[in-house]
Design a protein. Sequence first.
Length: 287
Amino acid sequence: GTSGPRIMVDAHMDELGGVIRRVTADGYLTMQMLGGWFDQALVDQRWTIIGSKGPVHAITGIRDIHLVPASERNKVFPRDSLFLDVGAKNAAEVAAMGLEPGDPVAPDAPFTVMNGTQNYLGKAWDDRVGCAVLVAAMQKLAHLPHPNQIFWVATVQEEVGLRGAHTASEVVKPEAGIAIEGGVTRDAPGVHPEEAQEILGHGPALFLYDFSELPNRKFAALVKQVAKEKNIPLQTDLIQGYGDDSAEIQKSNGGAPTVNLVVPVRYTHAHNGIMNRGDFDHMVDLM
């Protein structure tokens, strides 16, 4: 509509990645990481480099175990020791593939349904799952009357400082904001119960805290009330080391009430994560 509250519904399109930093004389490439990468997650992985002649396959090479002294075998390889191998034998072959410094590098990880379950394996659920929620909610709301002006926003550069949400909020001037994100689960081995509260398959979650944003309390209460009335399972979570677009929406337009709603994801900020289709469907209903 063209009247009513201006509501910004946000998800981010970018994922963790890198850019080519340097090409060596013998045909290897080094990479500047973009976003919150874990050094443990970088070694021996497949990547796609977006070159001027199209995508190029690459792997992050690993020092052969037959060469590594026993004293080093249990150590994490620091990111600055990593290199990309594209199969080239010298810098000229790299250039012939259409590659040069500044080219983007994206994780390469195929999508798979996990063995007949509702769990989906894939890359970048943070925040492909949020983008999918946006699209599905748009389709459902297209023919439903409502008293709002809804601005559906897919941002960029969230993983490098919430930059797209900042600029988008300046354009939209929201009176309220909803960010849709990938969450963090506690049901993987080794997670301390104080670190995360979400369980895969138990429904979408409402963030009550992260280091970048505090939700508006009335808005959070509304989310809980709607979920209860519609019998939609809703979890809550508080995460220490987590920033999201709602932080920029919250600070925009003189201040706007916001919430961050998440679809739980196991193993974020790595090549392979797992989400649950039921959680996704419930999130679309909640939206």
